[in-house]
Design a protein. Structure first.
Length: 75
């Protein structure tokens, strides 16, 4: 059975990442400062740097999720 959030009464979970992406300069010290701890994740190259955002906002695995689709999910 598959249901949507709207079908659940008073669904209490809302995840909202309102922070916009940041461009991190491609400078060794900047890359270490922003990406070294894992708090931010690079998304793609952006000119002379990398577009990035907080890992919790862009990688479901950071909050316990997985990238493996269950075998019974419809495509």
């Amino acid at each position: 059975m598959y249901i949507s959030r709207g079908q659940l009464p008073a669904w209490p979970y809302y995840f909202n990442c309102s922070d916009t992406d940041h461009v991190i300069p491609n400078i060794k010290d900047s890359l270490i400062a922003y990406f070294g701890s894992g708090a931010m994740t690079p998304l793609e190259e952006a000119g002379k740097g990398y577009q990035a955002n907080f890992t919790n906002c862009v990688d479901c695995r950071a909050l316990g999720g997985t990238t493996v689709m269950p075998a019974d999910w419809p495509y």
